[in-house]
Design a protein around this ligand. Structure first.
Ligand SMILES: Cc1cc2nc3c(=O)[nH]c(=O)nc-3n(C[C@H](O)[C@H](O)[C@H](O)COP(=O)(O)OP(=O)(O)OC[C@H]3O[C@@H](n4cnc5c(N)ncnc54)[C@H](O)[C@@H]3O)c2cc1C
Length: 266
């Protein structure tokens, strides 16, 4: 007897209920980065457990003054994108999110006009990167979309660790101090405004590094095709064991709403 689709389908991913949040602060960090603070009673119990975890933000669609609250069995809202809860303050029910203003796209366009009092829905958190706090060497490679994730990783590193951090950004005007208990060596790598060059500055800087020790933990997050090229560079020419690498495609050139689970292990 053949089983019905209901019995063979994988269990649906458990989704946490959407939380209504309001913009209470918009901060210009640099020409291409906005820090937006979201607050709401529905953030009660919102506690991301790992660095580089993620949330889904639902933005208003054209003609809406605020997004509709998503219903449990309704299709996914079109204007929903993945972001990093950078700083969470449970005592005041606030979360900071840093947005790259990269150009077209509902999230980037919304962030460029964001104002106090505007409303979004937030879902999550989803899991991030389990930082190995016993490791003494870390190599963190990211573009600007993953700079918030890198900052949460840096915040979790102990003083006994050292981290080499390569960050690809649009221009040198994006540079800012980074905080960590660990000893940091940071390189800011301006890419310019042509997103087609995504990953090239990271690749060039990686090739110029001294040999990577076998016990180095590597976290890599950037444009999806660049992430795959850099994984191959690490595992091929640079002789790194793939087990040392955790990689994430954070966005994809010419693709709308790239999925949040692109690990490049295909
Ligand atoms: C786990 C995770 C966490 C993330 N955290 C953050 C975060 O904290 N801050 C943040 O800014 N981004 C973050 N991102 C990336 C963000 O989800 C994407 O950049 C998303 O595509 C933005 O949506 P959009 O509506 O602006 O553009 P979309 O509608 O998705 O795409 C429109 C066009 O813009 C291009 N595009 C999208 N993103 C970028 C970019 N960053 N640079 C250049 N071109 C781009 C696409 O290729 C496409 O052509 C994260 C992604 C993941 C998977």
């Amino acid at each position: 007897m053949s089983s019905s689709p209901e019995t063979t389908a994988p269990p649906a991913r458990k989704r946490r209920p959407p939380r209504r949040v309001e913009v209470i602060r918009v901060e210009v960090l640099s020409p291409a980065m906005r820090r937006i603070t979201l607050k709401g009673d529905e953030l009660e119990g919102f506690t991301p457990e790992t660095p580089a975890s993620y949330i889904k933000l639902i933005f208003p669609e054209p003609g809406q003054s605020e997004p509709l609250r998503p219903l449990p069995d309704a299709p996914r809202p079109k204007a929903m994108r993945t972001y990093t809860p950078l700083a969470v303050r449970p005592e005041t029910l606030e979360v900071d999110v840093d947005f790259v203003l990269h150009g077209e796209g509902p999230a980037s366009t919304w962030a460029a006009q964001a104002q106090v009092g505007q409303v979004l829905f937030l879902m999550g958190p989803g899991p991030g990167y389990a930082v190995d706090t016993t490791a003494t060497q870390h190599l963190l490679l990211a573009d600007d979309s993953a700079l918030p994730a890198i900052e949460t990783i840096l915040a979790a590193l102990p003083a006994s660790a050292a981290a080499q951090v390569l960050l690809e950004v649009i221009s040198a005007a994006e540079e800012r101090p980074l905080q960590s208990a660990a000893t940091l060596e940071v390189q800011w790598l301006p890419r310019g405004t042509d997103h087609r060059a995504a990953g090239q500055p990271l690749e060039a800087a990686l090739r110029a590094l001294p040999a990577i020790a076998a016990d180095t933990k590597i976290y890599l997050a950037c444009e999806a095709a660049a992430m795959r090229r850099i994984r191959e560079l690490l595992a091929g020419e640079l002789g790194v064991d793939r087990k040392q690498i955790v990689s994430r495609g954070y966005w994809k050139l010419d693709a709308i709403n790239h999925p949040d689970h692109d690990y490049g292990e295909d």
